[in-house]
Design a protein around this ligand. Structure first.
Ligand code: SF4
Ligand code: FE
Length: 481
C-alpha cells in the first residue's frame, strides 16, 4: 500500500490540463484552493497506515490475497459492506469534508459485477479487462475516480436525439485497437486527486444509443482531457493573507471538476462496455446503489462533527443548559443516527452477485439516500439556529489580527468568560463552513444531488417496493380473492 507521503508525491507526476478562475493550474498539489481536497483524499492513505484502524481501513484482496486499502476492495460479504460504511463514517469524522475516494470504490464494485453478466449474455471479454485493471489498481494502491454524470442537455431527449451529440459522452470512432470518446462528465468529485478514472453511462440506454453505452478506465491525465475546477462558495478565503480562522476547516475540503473528453483514445483492454445498451441500466443502478449506501456513512461522520461544533457553540455562549438547546441536539443526533441505520441496514442485507462480490439491498440503499436528501438540511438548520447570527456577522480574521481592533473583538464577541474569544470564533466559522461555505457543497447540495437527485431514488423505491406482494397481503387479511 502507498503511504500518505508516497501518494502526495505520486500526484506530482500527473500532468493535467487543469483550469481554475480562468487560469491554467500547473501544480494542483500545492495550490491553496485545491490542497485541502488533496489532504482529505490523502487521509484515506494516512488512516490505513494507523494500526488502530487496520480492521476498518485495510482488508485482504479477493484478487491477489494481498493486504490492500479497503477503498480498493471488492466486497466479499455483508460484513465487508458494513465495514465500508463504518470506514466512511470514520473518514467523515476525521475530515469534516468529502474525502472523494468512495466514488472509484463504488464504480469498481458495480463494473465488476456488471461486466461479468454482460460477458455471460454477450460473449464479450469485459470482466477479464476489468479484473486486470483493478488488480493493477490494488497492487499500486491507486486513487480512482468514478465518472457517471453526463451534462445531459435537453432532459426530454435521449442521448442520440440531442441537438449536440456530445452532451452525453460517446464513442466517436472505433479502430482495431480501441475507441475514441468525446463528451463531458460533470461534478467529478476528487478528479484531480485520482490517478485513474472509471467512466460509466449516466442512464439506461435504448436501441439507437449504442455509441453512448460505453464504460472504460483511463489515466486521469490522458491526452485529450481538459479539466475546469468547479468553484465553491467562500473558496477564495483560502487565498487571503489571514486564511486560518475564516476558512473554518483549514486542513480538509473537497472539489468537483467538469471533465471534458475530446477524442480520448481508450485501448481495447480498458473497455468495460461498448454498445451493449441493455447493460447500461444495470451498471447505473448498481453504481448508484453503492453510492447511496456510501452516504449513510460519510455524511453521518460529517454530521458528527457538525453536531459537536453546535454543542460547543452552545457551551461557549452559555446556552447549553437551556432545555430547547438540549432537545435540538437530541434531534440532530436522532436524524444523523437514522441515516447511519439506513447505511448499516442496506449493507447487512447485501447479497452475492453472480461475479462473486456483494451488492447492497437496493431498496434500502435508495431509502438511505432519500433520507440523506433531507436530514442533513434539517441538521444544518438546527446548527444555524443554535449557533446564532454571530456565525455570519462576526468580523474577519484580518480584523481580529489588527491590534487596534482586536481588543474590541475580544471583549464584545466573548460568551462565557472562561472561553477565549478566538476559540468561539473558530467554532462558529466551522459551522459556517459546513452549512454555507466550501464544505457545505459536500454536506448539503451533494446530499441532495450526489449519487442521483431525489426523484431518481423515488423511481427506484417504486420499482423495488413490491406493491403486488403488499396488495396480496391485504387481500389475504381482508379475505378477498
Ligand atoms: Fe465519499 Fe461521501 Fe464524498 Fe461520495 S460524498 S465521495 S461517499 S465522502
Ligand atoms: Fe458524492
Amino acid at each position: 500500500m502507498m503511504t500518505k507521503a508516497e501518494y502526495v508525491e505520486s500526484l506530482r507526476k500527473l500532468h493535467f490540463d487543469l483550469w481554475m478562475f480562468g487560469k491554467k493550474i500547473e501544480n494542483p498539489v500545492d495550490n491553496p484552493v485545491i490542497r485541502p481536497s488533496m489532504n482529505a483524499f490523502a487521509a484515506t492513505y494516512e488512516l490505513a497506515e494507523d494500526p488502530q484502524y487496520e480492521d476498518l481501513m485495510t482488508v485482504t484482496s479477493s484478487l491477489t490475497g494481498k493486504k490492500i486499502n479497503r477503498f480498493t476492495h471488492l466486497h466479499q460479504s455483508a460484513d465487508d459492506l458494513i465495514k465500508k460504511v463504518k470506514m466512511q463514517r470514520l473518514m467523515g469524522q476525521k475530515t469534516a469534508a468529502c474525502f472523494q475516494r468512495c466514488v472509484g470504490l463504488d464504480a469498481a464494485n458495480a463494473v465488476f459485477s456488471t461486466t461479468y453478466e454482460t460477458d455471460e449474455a454477450c460473449n464479450t471479454k469485459y470482466h477479464e479487462n476489468f479484473k486486470k485493471f483493478w488488480t493493477m489498481v490494488q497492487d499500486n494502491d491507486y486513487g480512482v475516480d468514478g465518472a457517471m454524470t453526463d451534462v445531459k442537455g435537453d432532459r426530454s431527449l435521449s442521448p442520440s436525439q440531442q441537438a449536440d451529440p456530445d452532451l452525453f459522452l460517446h464513442v466517436v470512432e472505433r479502430t482495431a485497437d480501441g475507441i475514441y470518446v468525446t463528451g463531458a462528465k460533470a461534478h467529478q468529485t476528487g478528479y484531480v486527486n485520482s490517478h485513474y478514472v472509471i467512466v460509466m453511462p449516466t442512464i439506461s440506454m435504448r436501441e439507437g444509443d449504442e455509441d453512448y453505452a460505453v464504460s472504460f478506465a483511463c489515466p486521469t491525465d490522458a491526452k485529450g482531457i481538459k479539466l475546469i475546477l468547479g468553484r465553491q462558495s467562500c473558496d477564495t478565503r483560502k487565498l487571503e493573507e489571514f486564511s486560518d480562522i475564516d476558512v473554518g476547516n483549514k486542513v480538509y475540503g473537497g472539489h468537483e471538476v467538469l471533465v471534458i473528453f475530446d477524442r480520448v483514445f481508450i485501448p481495447n483492454d480498458m473497455i468495460f462496455l461498448n454498445g451493449e445498451t441493455q447493460f447500461a441500466g444495470m451498471m447505473v443502478e448498481r453504481f448508484a446503489g453503492y453510492h447511496r449506501q456510501s452516504y449513510g456513512g460519510c455524511k453521518v461522520g460529517v454530521g458528527d462533527v457538525l453536531i459537536g461544533a453546535t454543542a460547543l457553540a452552545g457551551e461557549m455562549a452559555g446556552s447549553s443548559k437551556a432545555s430547547h438547546v438540549k432537545d435540538k441536539l437530541i434531534e440532530m443526533n436522532h436524524l444523523n443516527e437514522t441515516l447511519y441505520c439506513c447505511g448499516i441496514a442496506c449493507s447487512s442485507q447485501g447479497t452475492k452477485t453472480k461475479a462473486g462480490n456483494y451488492l447492497i439491498d437496493l431498496l434500502l440503499a435508495n431509502v438511505c439516500k432519500q433520507n440523506v436528501t433531507r436530514f442533513p438540511y434539517e441538521i444544518a438548520r438546527l446548527a444555524q439556529d443554535l449557533a446564532g447570527g454571530i456565525m455570519v456577522t462576526q468580523p474577519s480574521e484580518a480584523d481580529y489580527r489588527n491590534p487596534e481592533l482586536r481588543p474590541y473583538i475580544e471583549k464584545y464577541l466573548k460568551g462565557v468568560a472562561s472561553v477565549p474569544t478566538e476559540k468561539r470564533m473558530r467554532v462558529l466559522r466551522l459551522i459556517e463552513n459546513m452549512t454555507m461555505g466550501t464544505a457545505a457543497v459536500g454536506y448539503l447540495p451533494e446530499s441532495m444531488h450526489g449519487a442521483g437527485s431525489p426523484q431518481a431514488q423515488r423511481i427506484m423505491i417504486s420499482r423495488q417496493a413490491n406493491m403486488e406482494m403488499k396488495k396480496q397481503l391485504a387481500k389475504a387479511i381482508a379475505r378477498i380473492d
